[in-house]
Design a protein around this ligand. Structure first.
Ligand code: GDD
Length: 245
């Protein structure tokens, strides 16, 4: 008999000020992949997100919360979640935003691709069949231009390197030296996808519809864009000097 969807999977949900979103998103995740475990990584959100997550965890043993003392960026939150997955012996780790932009109903199909041999499945906006709904023109432009630049600079085959909806085979994460992953913001997504691809792992893009959040605010700011520009350019130069990550 086939395993229920999500068995052996840890779904990491980073949160910062997502009080209006976190409960609904977790309910959708649990409905889509009831056998998976969920880890909320909250950076002491001032709006009480962490306390809402604690209440959800009390009601469902498959939900846990990691409280961090302060806001330290998306990359650090995910690294903490990955460490938890590795320590806990999970075979698959999922990344998903807490703001409702990513539809958890895509997860069974993404996990099936891992079961079929993929090491990383990226929920992609910028492949055939992918879409973005309700994003302002400047966000669309930043994502298109940023992804185009990163793809060319890093000689990647991935169209949506910044995508934040993914499933990783845990062994693919372990093949990287995670202690050397240094990106803080959305550049973290670029770094992980590029380094896993460079290892020769199988990376697959699964088309998704990304829907702009209706509650709360994006944490995107100029520093996140500049960090990505600086790091991607540096990696590109190092690569051309023959120094792979
Ligand atoms: N714990 C923690 N969580 C954070 C932090 N910063 C952001 N988050 C959480 O990370 C998720 C994504 O952050 P948003 O700020 O909502 O991202 P976005 O603007 O919608 O960005 C989208 O586009 C990016 C660029 O393409 C993507 O990288 C990102 O995943 C997402 O798809 C949300 O769940 C948010 O609460 C942080 O410092 N700490």
């Amino acid at each position: 008999m086939a395993e229920p969807a999500g068995e052996g999977t840890l779904i990491v949900v980073p949160t910062y000020n997502e009080a209006d979103n976190v409960e609904a998103v977790i309910a959708r995740i649990v409905a889509a992949v009831p056998a998976a475990h969920v880890l909320v990584v909250d950076d002491a959100s001032p709006d009480g997100t962490g306390q809402i997550a604690d209440r959800l965890a009390t009601a469902n043993a498959r939900i846990a919360v990691l409280h961090r003392p302060e806001k330290r960026g998306l990359g650090a939150a995910y690294l903490a979640g990955f460490a938890h997955a590795i320590d806990g012996g999970y075979s698959v780790v999922v990344e998903i935003d807490a703001d409702g932009s990513h539809d958890p109903a895509e997860l069974p199909a993404m996990l099936a691709q891992i079961a079929s041999g993929a090491d990383l499945v990226i929920g992609s906006r910028w492949v055939d069949g992918g879409r973005v709904i309700d994003w302002p023109a400047h966000r669309r432009a930043i994502s298109r231009v940023g992804n185009g630049y990163a793809r060319a600079a890093l000689r990647s085959r991935v169209s949506d390197l910044t995508a934040g909806f993914r499933a990783y085979r845990t062994s693919a994460l372990q093949s990287l030296d995670l202690a050397t992953v240094s990106s803080q913001g959305y550049c973290f997504q670029v770094e992980l996808a590029w380094r896993i691809e460079a290892k020769g792992c199988t990376v697959v893009e699964h088309p998704i519809t990304f829907v702009e959040r209706t509650q709360g605010r994006s944490k995107m700011h100029l520093g996140i864009v500049l960090e990505a520009l600086f790091r991607v350019t540096s990696w590109s130069v190092l690569m051309r000097l023959g120094r792979q990550p």
